[in-house]
Design a protein around this ligand. Structure first.
Ligand code: M6R
Length: 593
């Protein structure tokens, strides 16, 4: 969701750093952007714009800004519409702040500040923070003290960075609930505070993640120094680690979009996950598994359930994190709780994990972003090594999550990684065929994805991708469930993507497909080569749209089907003219409930 960057530097061209970092933060999802800086005459200036960072960049590039201190933000609207007035930074009497998260007591704070004579110009909760800091300065505090006092008055989750025009050599940050990372440039001339390490790719080679309740204060004298205070305001050191996001990860490398680049990395990612996988849970004692996640990560868990129950004969429950948290779940110390999250920051998944930890059960986090909140708080961490995923739609991370879960419970030597790799590569090499089919389904008023067994969670993933990228209503269903209601929707305007590889469920799914055909529904059949010999016999001479994938063994088969449905969703969105990397209303990292 929202993104933060800030810099205190000896160089006076910090606007370039701010803008380049905001561009790298675009992937998180946002609808407005802005910067504030203290200029060479110690005056606070602010520029904000609605829409893409490019709009802001166009303005900034014409201004020739000279400044050593600045903050920047990409805002994903929560309180108040996506307007310039609501965009960050918010300012008050020379104080400027940017904020991620939600201030739960902002109504009370606002009322109090209004009573003291303040006026508010935005509808946001964040503006109250700038007013509060300015108010506390006005009471005679220095900037640092006023910041500390203000932070203590806030209730909610937040990452906040603040600057003050009268103290242009100080940069302050604080975090509770929302991630915050700090880093020095390699020449030690610039200090950065950001919401994630991707913002700092190319700016800071080493970074430190702040812990809950931390406050960071950077000061510029004859050199740049910073100190981190923990929640008791005691000076602490946080681990310095190398920034895992390289500039290469956040460039398109010649592809038209990040999503396409990331789909084309799926075979490489599968190989990398396999080669690096050395985790084992043999020392952990449990007699069942509970998987908790959101969105695509949840579907990775559902898919793994089929494998784990079949291979390891262990009972698995899979739950949506936001539901798990609020239904008073019956927890057990005999269960292994696995939390899956690409970003490692999804607030519902994080809070669900805290609930389980508080209870005293074992927690495993399966995350793609190193240093993320879930990774830092779990008892046991499995890194999915998909590499930075920039496209809002999760693709290569899904491959990495599912394969990691498989490897965690299966014997590695029984997984034929070459078959997985080659089948994915076959799909990628035939990507134009998926583009061709996407042309046909793109104007459908609604879509169904159906599948049995492991192909059911893949159908859910296919439908989610269509929804988020094409804005078309799409539903994933178990093939056998179609006639228990959804078949009423079927007519000649509805396309169904039927996932029916030549496996033990093939005939059953084909017969469900026939039921749809009999009601004039349109079908795109995703199947495998071996099915060719049987299709005529089963479906007669019906002229079906078919995509044939390579046959693989039952464990390896799902991977190339995943790549296939990712490509299909990609091209469907592209042909509808949508922004594939930044679908409307969505955020890459969902840090509010
Ligand atoms: O970072 P996470 O894996 O926790 O994110 C969970 C979902 O928000 C995410 O998978 C979302 O559904 C994607 N946009 C799907 O492509």
């Amino acid at each position: 969701m929202c993104g933060i960057i800030s810099v205190l530097s000896f160089k006076n061209k910090i606007s370039e750093d701010l803008i380049s970092a905001l561009e790298r933060l675009e992937y998180r999802g946002y609808d407005s952007a802005g910067i504030a800086y203290v200029d060479e005459s110690s005056k606070l200036e602010r520029i904000r714009s609605v829409g893409r960072v490019q709009n802001l960049k166009d303005i900034v590039e014409n201004l020739n800004i000279g400044s050593n201190l600045g903050i920047g933000h990409t805002r994903w609207a929560t309180h108040g519409k996506a307007t310039e007035r609501n965009a960050h930074p918010h300012i008050c009497n020379g104080v400027a702040i940017v904020h991620n998260g939600i201030i739960e007591n902002y109504q009370a704070l606002k009322k109090d500040l209004l009573n003291k004579g303040d006026e508010f110009e935005s509808e946001t909760d964040s503006e109250a923070i700038a007013k509060l800091i300015a108010y506390n300065i006005n009471r005679g505090n220095g900037f640092v003290e006023a910041f500390k006092e203000s932070i203590a008055q806030l209730v909610g989750t937040f990452a906040i960075v603040a600057i003050y025009e009268k103290e242009p050599n100080v940069l302050l940050g604080a975090k509770i609930g929302s991630p915050m990372v700090v880093g020095l440039s390699s020449d030690k001339n610039s200090f950065y505070i950001a919401s994630d390490a991707a913002a700092l790719a190319s700016l800071a080679e080493d970074v430190s993640y702040l812990e809950e309740g931390d406050l960071v204060a950077a000061t510029k004298t004859d050199k740049l120094t910073y100190e981190i205070l923990d929640s008791n305001r005691k000076k602490v050191l946080r681990n310095v680690i190398s920034n895992a996001t390289s500039i290469n990860d956040v460039s398109k490398n010649g592809y038209e979009t990040f999503m396409l680049k990331e789909i084309f990395e799926e075979a490489i990612v599968a190989r990398r996950v396999y080669d690096n996988f050395s985790y084992n849970i043999n020392d952990l004692k449990f007699d069942g598994v509970s998987i908790i996640a959101c969105g695509t990560s949840y579907y990775a868990g559902l898919l793994a359930k089929y494998w784990i129950e079949e291979i390891a004969k262990i009972h698995v429950d899979v739950e949506i994190a936001s539901e798990f948290r609020y239904r008073n779940p019956v927890l057990s110390r005999n269960l292994l709780y696995i939390f899956i999250s690409q970003s490692g920051e999804t607030i519902d998944t994080l809070y669900a994990m805290r609930l389980v930890k508080e209870f005293g059960s074992q927690t495993v986090a399966l995350v793609n972003v190193e240093g993320s909140s879930l990774a830092r708080e779990a008892d046991f961490v499995i890194k999915t090594v998909a590499g930075t995923e920039v496209g809002v739609a999760s693709t290569k991370a899904f491959i990495a999550q599912t394969l990691s879960l498989l490897l965690l419970f299966a014997d590695k030597k029984n997984i034929d990684i070459s078959q997985i790799e080659s089948s994915i590569n076959f799909v990628l090499n035939n990507h134009y065929k998926f583009a061709h089919e996407a042309e046909k389904i793109k104007d459908s008023k609604s879509l169904f994805y159906i599948g049995r067994g492991v192909n059911y969670p893949i159908a859910l993933e296919g439908a989610l991708k269509i929804k988020e990228l094409s804005y078309t209503s799409a539903e994933g269903y178990p093939s056998g469930e179609i006639k228990h209601g959804p078949i009423a929707i079927i007519d000649e305007n509805v396309y169904t993507v039927s996932i029916a590889p030549f496996d033990k469920n093939f005939e059953k799914t084909i017969s469900n497909t026939q039921e749809i055909l009999a009601r004039n529904g349109k079908i795109l059949l995703i199947t495998t080569e071996k099915a060719k010999a049987y299709l005529n016999e089963l479906l007669g001479d019906k002229n079906l749209d078919c995509l044939f994938l390579p046959d693989a063994n039952s464990i390896c088969q799902p991977f190339c089907i995943i790549t296939a449905i990712h490509l299909l969703a990609y091209y469907t969105s592209k042909f509808k003219g949508h922004d594939v990397d930044k679908p409307r209303n969505l955020a890459k990292s969902v840090t509010v409930e």
